[in-house]
Design a protein around this ligand. Structure first.
Ligand code: ASP
Length: 599
């Protein structure tokens, strides 16, 4: 039985009722959290997006018809209650915002009944995620997800307001665009009108926002949906939202300045956290050397140190061969951890192997100043002393050493540093440590493709002073590119763009593009640049990550209303799905059946 709400109007949300309303008659609408019949008196917790309020039903107040309906109430029924606000007759509930009041019902309507939900609608669900995602609309009723989605909405509103006040224009760019297969894999959309041709869904509005700068809008932003068809690692989504912006007639400092003021405002208003400005800046080189990562978590120290010089004459073959091969030996100091049990150290060695280490050497400085060292027998005592001194290790400290190519050493120690911080509980979620990482390399060498690829994208401006290196030592050229990092997560990144035709041509050449291919893929941009292109720069944040860190969620799935799972499918709608043959015929598409035996 579902009643209508004709003649009723909701007065306010459940927790907007306060002691100031005592004595007033109100109508509330929401869902039954739970209902307990104590014989002659029924206590019902009524819930909406604001929270919970207690309703009391007694036949003498609400009449027989409503009382009988109240007896039938079950969790998740949608109801309308009219009643009078009172001070609580029983003990106050300090856990509820409305804990000192209740509503004595005069009338009840059951707007719709509910089957028993597949899991309880409660905070911190322990239900497995697949089930929650299949019934996401119920999962979203849970208070933690309600808060996350509401916070996300506030963030979006504040971003819009802040950027509008700063003179940015919100401009939409199309989502059916041309495929430019540089970067991640595109999602393709077949064209019916042009059989055999495809649109791509944008990986970002990069080229379009650069064209908007050519058009003279000078400050653009958009909350843009972006799509990347990648194998989903840990916490990625095939579609995600960027806070995307671009500015004309600016250099690096201008972009960083407006963005740090925006971050300060957001974190103050949403998290009541004061971001100290200016946000610390660190070059990519320094970040790698000190933290083994281009997105260092600055909430704790445990910095890497290069001890290659200290061990350069030692006979320990692991160190020796790494140095001979042009690599390095670096270490971190886990202070006070000398007593770490062997089992735990072994587990860390295994952990390091997961990042490409052949092994992990360690040295513990015992309380009496002697050493327990996995490679002690290969080293002279004075060599060990020199290492301990170089690492500023005190009695009680534990040192871990990695020796390999720089890339492996950074990866191993950067991740080991984080793992130790997790184990030692050094990562506080309500501490926000921001960092700009600047001067990224322009190019990185792709073993897979046998050529240099753009580290950010092909339109990123090299640093002027490094331009002469572009032919002789491309890997050493730094870019005017920057990332904003928070607690070890890259929140966003951007760059100053190339606006000189000759530099752009050079860039395409270094990336191995023929003139024809550059023309075919990016001709429209190169053409636009012939008509007075302003110097411009921009940045894009992953909105999902920003909100995730703000609310302290563990996954971006917890701040996206309808996320997809690891294999890029939607458990709720069961997408992707097969389509009618007629639809395929119209598109001129034939599906080649997968041979299960071939897999
Ligand atoms: N479009 C870039 C990205 O998605 C961001 C930027 O350079 O503005 O990473």
């Amino acid at each position: 039985m579902a009643e209508s709400m004709a003649g009723l109007k909701r007065s306010c949300r459940c927790t907007e009722v306060t002691e100031a309303n005592i004595g007033q008659e109100l109508t509330l609408m929401g869902w039954v959290q739970k209902s307990r019949n104590k014989g002659g008196i029924i206590f019902t917790d009524l819930r909406d997006r604001s929270g919970i309020i207690q309703i009391i039903f007694e036949e003498s107040d609400c009449g027989t018809e409503s009382f009988e309906k109240a007896e039938r109430l079950r969790s998740e029924f949608a109801v309308a209650v009219t009643g009078v606000v009172e001070k609580r007759s029983g003990a106050a509930n300090p856990n509820l915002k409305t804990g000192t009041i209740e509503v004595r019902a005069k009338a009840l309507r059951i707007l719709s009944e509910s089957e028993v939900p597949p899991f309880p609608i409660e905070e911190n669900s322990r239900t497995r995620e697949e089930l929650r995602l299949k019934y996401r609309y119920l999962d979203l009723r849970r208070p933690d997800l309600q808060r996350n989605i509401m916070t996300r909405s506030r963030v979006a509103t504040m971003v819009r307001q802040f950027l509008a006040d700063e003179g940015f224009l919100e401009i939409e760019t199309p989502t059916l665009i041309k495929s430019t297969p540089e970067g991640a894999r595109d999602y393709l959309v077949p064209s019916r009108v042009h059989p055999g041709s495809f649109y791509a869904l944008p990986q970002s509005p990069q080229l379009l926002k650069q064209l908007l700068m050519c058009s003279g809008f000078d400050r653009y932003f958009q909350l843009a949906r972006c799509y990347r068809d990648e194998d989903l690692r840990a916490d990625r989504q095939p579609e995600f939202t960027q806070i995307d912006m671009e500015l004309s007639f600016v250099d690096v400092d201008d972009v960083l300045d407006v963005n740090e003021r925006m971050l300060k405002k957001l974190f103050k208003e949403i998290c009541d956290f004061d971001v100290q400005l200016p946000i610390q800046r660190m070059t990519w080189r320094e970040a790698m050397d000190r933290f083994g990562s281009d997105k260092p978590d600055m909430r704790f120290g445990m910095e890497l140190k290069n001890v290659s010089d200290v061990v350069k004459d030692c006979e320990f073959v692991v160190f020796k061969s790494a140095l001979e091969a042009g690599g390095s030996v670096r270490a971190i100091n886990a202070e006070g951890q000398a007593g770490m049990p062997r089992k735990k150290i072994d587990a860390l060695v295994e952990f390091a192997k997961g990042f490409g280490a052949k092994g992990l050497a360690y040295l513990a400085v015992n309380a009496d100043g002697t050493y327990k060292c996995s490679f002690g027998k290969f080293m002279k005592p004075e060599e060990l002393d020199a290492l301990v001194a170089a690492m500023d290790a005190k009695p009680g400290d534990l040192l871990f050493f990695a020796a390999d190519k720089d890339k492996v050493v950074f990866d191993v120690l950067g991740n080991l540093r984080l793992e130790l911080a997790r184990q030692l509980d050094l990562l506080k979620k309500d501490d926000f440590k921001f960092l700009w990482v600047t001067e990224f390399p322009l190019l990185e060498y792709s073993e897979e493709e046998g050529r240099y690829v753009a580290m950010h994208h092909p339109f990123t401006m090299p640093m002027e002073e490094d331009l002469p290196l572009i032919d002789t030592d491309p890997g050493a050229v730094r870019a005017k590119a920057y990332d904003i990092v928070l607690n070890g997560t890259e929140l966003g990144g951007g760059s100053v763009r190339i606006h000189q035709a000759d530099v752009q041509e050079k860039m395409f050449e270094v990336l191995g593009f023929t003139k024809e291919r550059a023309e075919d893929q990016f001709g429209f941009l190169l053409e636009a640049f012939k008509y007075g292109v302003p110097p411009h720069a921009g940045l894009a944040y992953g909105l999902d990550r920003v909100v995730m860190l703000m609310v302290g969620a563990d996954s971006i799935r917890d701040v996206i209303a309808f996320p997809k799972v690891k294999d890029a499918s939607c458990m709720l709608m069961e997408a992707p799905s097969e389509v009618d043959k007629k639809q395929l015929d119209e598109l001129g598409i034939a599906v080649v059946a997968q041979d299960p035996a071939a897999e």
